[in-house]
Design a protein around this ligand. Sequence first.
Ligand SMILES: C[S@@+](CC[C@H](N)C(=O)[O-])C[C@H]1O[C@@H](n2cnc3c(N)ncnc32)[C@H](O)[C@@H]1O
Length: 215
Amino acid sequence: MDIVAPAVSDYLLENCSPADDLLRELAEETRAKLPDAAMMQISHDEGEFLTMITRLMGARRVVEVGVFTGYSSICIARGMPADGHLLACDVSEEWTAIARGYWERAGLTDRIELRVGPALETLRALPVDPVLDMAFIDADKVGYPDYYAELVPRLRPGGLIVLDNVLRGGRVLNPDPDSAADVTINRLNKFIVEDERVESVMLPVRDGVTLARKR
Ligand SMILES: C[S@@+](CC[C@H](N)C(=O)[O-])C[C@H]1O[C@@H](n2cnc3c(N)ncnc32)[C@H](O)[C@@H]1O
């Protein structure tokens, strides 16, 4: 299912601040080196959305779950002040090696700390202090409920969790019981609406983005 009509989708991309040369190169290198995985990368309008929301939040302490080759990390880090800290979690040494090269070239290595390993272990090892301004979840879909559960208590009041792919190509409307990812995301979507700790809105940005703001 197209969440947004393809022509509108193209129009949205054409009518946001354009990607700079570095982001364009990262997208091209990801497609060239990892053709089968490149579709995991966020689109540029979603990247601009992340930069904008990070800046609007004044976010200085952010966690990202799901780095891949680093596109979203760059977009988030660019929205943070120079003394901001982005903890970037991923399991892949191979994919994050590409990310590290681009963070370096973007002049963002001071702001981004990479943790390679299962994100749940990384999150559970963080102090349970409500200090995070923002988190972005874009990793394995069956892990989302656990990431959400670990992140909400660590958000400051007014802090924000951004969850990607919450529409699963429209499949959440009628999830196939055999798809653990679709079933999990559908359940989590319903859980978040009922979760009194947050107020939330789901946006048709690309594959669906939820903003859950801690009360
Ligand atoms: C959709 S991609 C992230 C795309 C990225 N946000 C971007 O802008 O390019 C999902 C990432 O989650 C990572 N991942 C999968 N399972 C994970 C886990 N258990 N812990 C941490 N990262 C995981 C994968 O290695 C992959 O890089």
